[in-house]
Design a protein around this ligand. Structure first.
Ligand SMILES: *Cc1c(COP(=O)(O)O)cnc(C)c1O
Length: 372
């Protein structure tokens, strides 16, 4: 018989209590007449109109368990991208899959590589698996492939790369992603997170399908939360080598994608025209916002996604914090990114025309008020 100290309590595995819980973008701005939520990279166009009808049909039979293998959804994704549905796994948001990959491939004492201003879910997932995040410096707010490769040790098991990255909005050309992959030992899993892939308008960009196809150690994750406008439903997917998909299938929740999500996702995937409208809207307003903000004397990191990073002076009264409060009180909710190591910047999501014009008008007022 073992004896227990009277004070013993359930104890999380090492690393869990080192996690700083993920803080989502704010949503309420009490007092403002109208609120523009520009803090979480959601689309101003909302989901495809086909989604509502698909969900209404499922809503009639919610007593039935969902199809645990999300066949219809995987078929729809496979058809849209020309992929084998057997190599697609779906999740309750891509967060679900990104976290599961850490659980599957990391042991205590292992290391996972992330970049300096990379998406904050990755270190959380790595720590939750009992492993150690290794944070690699960036160059010009862009992932530095040489530095990533230099950080590889015999303990490295996983490398997370958001491309384009959130919150910087910068990206790596596919040649650089290939170079990163080529430099990794074959037992290290490269996770390519393409949450914003649909927004990118660059000849030298690819989300990574071709790389997954030719390698055993690359997996790509994608989401319905951004351009498809279904963040509230939680749908993500991964395309990977058979062995990686098999491991996900064994470890995921048996009904990790709910019935509404399966039908809504399949309907959304089929509406290419809606995605094209969202791309066109973004291209127009991303450019416009960048110009307008730069005209105010503020620096903007060139973005290929549906958000941009605005840099404020480090001294004086026009700080990021002051701007955040000023805009918040007028109903424009941006995202402070101090937790990402960017205390002097705010992230702004491309919104509706009304939101975009409104936030620029408010920024002009802020900059003027502080200049006189
Ligand atoms: C928004 C985002 C996701 C998507 O997360 P979901 O769980 O699918 O909503 C994934 N990666 C990055 C970098 C993101 O910004």
């Amino acid at each position: 018989m073992s004896s227990f100290a009277p004070s013993s309590v359930p104890t999380p595995r090492p690393g869990v209590l080192d996690i700083a819980a993920y803080v989502p973008g704010r949503h309420a701005a009490p007092g403002a007449a109208k609120i523009y939520k520009l803090s979480s990279n959601e689309t101003p166009l909302g989901p495809s109109p086909l989604v509502k009808a698909a969900m209404a049909r499922v809503a009639e039979r919610l007593e039935i368990y969902p199809d645990g293998s999300a066949h219809r959804l995987r078929e729809a994704i496979g058809e849209a991208y020309g992929l084998d549905p057997a190599r697609i796994a779906c999740g309750n948001g891509s967060d679900d899959l990104l976290t599961l990959l850490a659980q599957i491939y990391l042991r205590e004492g292992d290391e996972g590589i992330v970049s300096e201003h990379g998406f904050l879910l990755y270190p959380i997932a790595i720590r939750a698996a009992g492993a150690t995040p290794v944070v690699v410096p960036e160059t010009n707010l862009t992932v530095d492939v040489d530095a990533m490769l230099a950080a590889v040790t015999e303990r490295t098991r996983i490398v997370y790369l958001a491309n384009p990255n959130n919150p910087t909005g910068t990206y790596l050309p596919f040649s650089e992603v290939r170079r990163l992959h080529a430099g990794l030992p074959s037992h290290v899993l490269l996770v390519l997170d393409g949450a914003y892939a649909e927004y990118v308008r660059r000849e030298d960009y690819e989300a990574g399908i071709a790389l997954v196809e030719g390698a055993e150690n690359v997996v790509m994750t994608r989401t319905f939360s951004k351009i498809y406008g279904l963040a509230g439903l939680r749908i993500g997917w991964a395309y990977g080598p058979e062995a990686v998909i098999d491991a996900i299938e064994r470890t995921r929740g048996p009904f990790n994608v709910n019935a509404l999500a399966i039908e809504a996702g399949a309907a959304a995937m089929g509406d290419k025209a809606h995605v094209e409208r969202a791309q066109a809207h973004n291209e127009k307003w991303l450019g416009w916002l960048t110009q307008e903000i730069e005209a105010l004397g503020l620096r903007v990191t060139p973005s290929v996604a549906n958000f941009l990073l605005i840099h404020f002076p480090t001294e004086g009264e026009q700080t990021a914090k002051a701007a955040d409060d000023f805009l918040f009180n007028r109903g424009f909710i941006l995202r402070g990114v101090a937790a990402y190591g960017l205390p002097n910047a705010l992230r702004l999501t491309v919104g509706s025309e009304e939101a975009n014009r409104g936030v620029i008008a408010a920024l002009i007022e802020f900059m003027r008020g502080r200049n006189v």
